[in-house]
Structure formats: structure tokens, C-alpha cells
Design a binder for this molecule. Structure first.
Ligand SMILES: Nc1ncnc2c1ncn2[C@@H]1O[C@H](COP(=O)(O)OP(=O)(O)O)[C@@H](O)[C@H]1O
Ligand SMILES: [Mg+2]
Length: 269
């Protein structure tokens, strides 16, 4: 099975990643997008998803695309990034006058920032996630996080982690209560032993607090906030906001948000 899967992967046509025209460094300086009679289908034997699509986005213009689920909104981003190529060169997409089908893929994809519906983050610090090449100052990044309403992350804990901790604490309390009740039942019989147990549980509580303090010191504070595996310690909304901060720091002329604010509350949006 596994070997045949490897062979199947081998048969997938490779993207022509390092060929194609490399545009001027300044491209795209305006961010003008033109779709002209575009047709696109995902597989040879399926229907076309984009049918004779034409539209024009002027430089600096902010455009929202509205349509029911399955209408083809995400497919437009596939066409723009050439993750799926147009149907037999039927139609043309250009950015600042450059036909994107002729461009080097790395240049094309590097020219735009895309925030997908379910963004992924990398294991590492918050800073590493939004500015991996360290092109920006801490102050710039911190001010953006504040604008996004995410400054509570600088304390070293996400909402999720705080909630988990609160639940754990509540659980512990319950457990202690139950223990206490059981102890009370036994009280008549073992008066002497009971008082010793009481002291013991007090000691245990103190130990627990000590552990927590150590954990906090290990947790990153400020921009060193730790993003865990695939951003599992963050909610989808928080991840989307972090990706938006990343997008702003990249200063690309073209930013594509594919329902990227679907999990962000209205006030923050
Ligand atoms: N990877 C894919 N392979 C085949 N068909 C797809 C794929 N992705 C989307 N489609 C089809 O393309 C159409 C448009 O989907 P999509 O662009 O995701 O819509 P939207 O983003 O507007 O909800 C749908 O009919 C969908 O089933
Ligand atoms: Mg979609």
C-alpha cells in the first residue's frame, strides 16, 4: 500500500516552480488585478467552476466577493495564486499588466499575502510567527498586536490556556471537597488521624502553587509567547488575527482574505 502511494505521488505533475519570467523587483507597485474571460476546472472530467469570469480591481481598491457556499469564491484565490491553472489558457489574469501565467511561481506567490479560512501557525514564538526574517522592530509589532486586541497574550497565556487552568483548578477544588466530606464521615472513628491528614492536604496545596510559578517562568512573555504545535493553544479567531498581523507586516500590495474574519468578533473586525 505505502509503496504504491509513493508511486502515486511520484506521478503527480510537478509545479514549474523555478521557471517563468521573474518580474521587476518593484512589481507589483500598484496592485491592480484584472480577470478577463477566465475559465477554470479542478479536474479534466468535471465541470468548469469559473465560467467566463471577468472583473477589474483598481489599485488600492478594497473589494469584497459575496456568494453562497460553493459559488467559487475560494476558487478565485486558487486561480490568482496558480494553485490551479486556468483551463487551456482560456482567459487571462494580470497583475499590474503582467500576465500571471507567464510568471515565476515564487515571484507570483511572494507578491501577495493570503489569509486562509483555517490559518496555520508554526511552533515557536509569537514574533517568529509574524516576522520570521526580523524585518520589523518590536515596538511596531507590539503596537499591531495591541490594535488587534491580542495584548493579553503578552502575559504568556492564551484564553484557552487560562480556561483550561481554571477548569483544572475547579476540578481540584471539587476533589478536595469530596475528600473533605469523606474525611468528615470518618471523623468520629479516627479523630486523631484526621487532623494529620488535614495538615497534609494544606502542604500539598502549597506544593501545587510552587509548581505553577515555575511554569509561568518557563512560558514566554511578550513577543516570546509560545505558539504550540500548529497553534493548538490558540482559538481559530486568535490565529486569524495573528495571520492578519503577519500580513500587515509583510506590506504586500495584494492581500487576500478568504473568510479570514469568520471567527473574529465584530468589534475587533
Ligand atoms: N479541490 C477541489 N476539487 C474539486 N472541486 C472543488 C475543489 N474545491 C472546490 N471545488 C468545487 O468548486 C466549486 C466552488 O467551490 P469554492 O470555490 O470552494 O466555493 P466558495 O469558496 O465560494 O464556497 C464547488 O462546487 C466545489 O465543490
Ligand atoms: Mg470558500
Amino acid at each position: 500500500m505505502r509503496v504504491s502511494r509513493v508511486y502515486n505521488l511520484y506521478d503527480i505533475p510537478q509545479e514549474k516552480f523555478d521557471s517563468g519570467k521573474i518580474p521587476d523587483k518593484s512589481w507589483p507597485s500598484k496592485g491592480e488585478i484584472k480577470f478577463e474571460n477566465v475559465y477554470l476546472r479542478y479536474r479534466p472530467n468535471t465541470d468548469t467552476v469559473l465560467n467566463n469570469l471577468s472583473f477589474h480591481v483598481a489599485p488600492g481598491e478594497k473589494v469584497g466577493i459575496v456568494g453562497r457556499t460553493g459559488a467559487g469564491k475560494s476558487t478565485i484565490t486558487m486561480a490568482l495564486t496558480r494553485i490551479v491553472e486556468l483551463e487551456n489558457n482560456k482567459g487571462k489574469i494580470s497583475i499590474d499588466g503582467e500576465d500571471i501565467s507567464k510568471l515565476n511561481l515564487e515571484s507570483l506567490r511572494g507578491s501577495m499575502t493570503m489569509i486562509p479560512q483555517d490559518p496555520t501557525l508554526f511552533t515557536g514564538s509569537l514574533r517568529h510567527n509574524v516576522d520570521p526574517f526580523e524585518d520589523n522592530t518590536d515596538e511596531e509589532i507590539i503596537s499591531l498586536f495591541k490594535k488587534a486586541g491580542l495584548e493579553y497574550l503578552f502575559e504568556g497565556k492564551s484564553k484557552k490556556e487560562k480556561e483550561d487552568e481554571a477548569n483544572e483548578k475547579a476540578d481540584k477544588k471539587k476533589r478536595l471537597q469530596i475528600e473533605d466530606e469523606e474525611e468528615e464521615k470518618d471523623k468520629d472513628k479516627k479523630d486523631d488521624k484526621d487532623s494529620k491528614d488535614g495538615e497534609k492536604s494544606k502542604d500539598e496545596k502549597k506544593d501545587g502553587e510552587g509548581e505553577k510559578k515555575e511554569d509561568e517562568e518557563e512560558d514566554g512573555k511578550g513577543l516570546k509567547f509560545r505558539v504550540k504545535e500548529e497553534g493548538n493553544n490558540l482559538s481559530v479567531g486568535e490565529k486569524q488575527l495573528i495571520c492578519i498581523v503577519r500580513a500587515i507586516l509583510r506590506r504586500n500590495k495584494i492581500v487576500i482574505l478568504d473568510e479570514a474574519t469568520a471567527n473574529i468578533d465584530v468589534v475587533t473586525e
